[in-house]
Ligand binder design. Structure first.
Ligand code: UDP
Ligand code: MG
Length: 341
């Protein structure tokens, strides 16, 4: 099995996490690997990952060239993972490694996705309230079913991972993608634990952006809302106009209602801006997707992995006097020579 761990500035907890996770995995008596993805940390996280890989051959790591966000880091980890079952978990010990055994048991029963859903015991009241409301809204709107508290802590079968990797979209809203792929899914609850050390990387603003992502990532229904609101308001305006004309015809011109006018202008202006922003959000996504940029760039990986991938191989050293041509350059040269291509 593989365990994928995205890490961003986790120097305070990563060692404790590695120790605890390893202890749990060793108990399972299964072949395993731990794939750490350093998401452009500014602290000593990467140094620690190098140390782990040095003394623990189960550890592989990947360092991204900058902070690409947790979604990209998870994707990188999933691509690297080789296990038949893959567990995704946070580095801060908020996802207790002791649940992996239970996940594997459920996996053995044939489930492709095993989700550990956290309770909200340690969240503030306001955040809990907002989250609950948000999930109600999104489940009424989006085509995918999202469960409150069901985050990224989950086990995926190889075919579920392959299905996720097949989705090449740049704007990745994992919660939705996990739900979109389907397969046999089972959920169990666990008591939420606070972060072992360090700080959460999710401020209110990041969460708000994430919320918008969720709403617009899975369908274009919000655009339909724009049409409906527009129709409704136009209808209301027409009725109001008829009423006013009628009133003038019957009672003559009365004092002009400038408050009504002001409220109408600002109110409609606001609605228009929101709708415009909404449309812009979708267009922005189209723009972003068409660029086809990679999801992330890798700056460093486990030395043993790098050795396997780099050329020339150790058995056949290239002499320094001979000019070596990189493999892909030969390919492109051939391709150019062929007018058909
Ligand atoms: N993380 C990441 N890249 C980021 C932000 C977070 O890889 O840009 C990782 C982080 O190191 C941790 C996990 O994602 O392992 C969850 O982050 P955090 O604990 O800050 O979020 P919270 O638990 O507060 O939702
Ligand atoms: Mg956390």
């Amino acid at each position: 099995m593989s365990v994928v761990v995205p890490c961003f500035n986790e120097e305070q907890v990563i060692a404790a996490f590695h120790t605890e996770l390893s202890a749990q995995l060793q108990d399972l008596k299964l072949p395993y690997e731990i794939v750490f993805v350093d998401d452009g940390s500014k602290d000593a996280t990467l140094t620690k990952l190098r140390e782990f890989a040095d003394r623990d051959h189960h550890v592989r790591y990947l360092a991204l060239s900058r902070n690409f966000g947790k979604e990209a880091a998870m994707l990188a980890g999933l691509r690297e993972s080789a296990g038949d079952s893959v567990v995704i978990m946070d580095a801060d010990l908020q996802h207790p490694p002791s649940f992996i055994k239970r996940m594997l048991d459920l996996r053995a029963q044939g489930f492709d996705q095993v989700i550990a859903r956290r309770t909200r015991d340690h969240d503030g009241r306001m955040r809990t309230f907002l989250s609950r409301g948000y999930y109600k809204l999104i489940n009424a709107w989006a085509d995918v079913e999202l469960a409150d508290g069901a985050g990224d802590f989950r086990l995926l079968s190889r075919r579920a991972v392959d299905a996720l990797l097949e989705m090449g979209e740049r704007n990745r809203f994992s919660k939705g993608l996990f739900s979109w792929i389907g397969f046999e899914t089972v959920t169990f609850d666990y008591q939420d634990t606070p972060r072992a050390d360090g700080e959460s990387k999710w401020g209110m603003r990041k969460l708000l952006n994430y919320a918008v992502d969720g709403l617009v990532s899975f369908n274009s229904r919000p655009l339909r809302l724009a049409i409906h609101t527009g129709l409704l308001l136009s209808g209301a305006a027409l009725l109001y106009a008829l009423w006013t004309v009628g009133a003038v015809l019957i009672g003559g011109v009365t004092a002009p209602g400038y408050v009504t006018l002001l409220v109408a202008i600002t109110g409609f202006g606001g609605i228009q801006m929101v709708m415009l922003g909404l449309i812009g959000e979708y267009i922005g996504r189209v723009y972003y997707e068409t660029k086809q940029r990679p999801h992330y760039l890798v700056r460093e990986r486990t030395p043993s992995d790098a050795a396997q991938r780099s050329l020339p191989t150790a058995e056949k050293p290239v002499s320094t006097t001979e000019k070596s041509v990189p493999a892909d350059e030969t390919v492109s040269a051939n391709a150019n020579a062929n007018p058909q291509s």
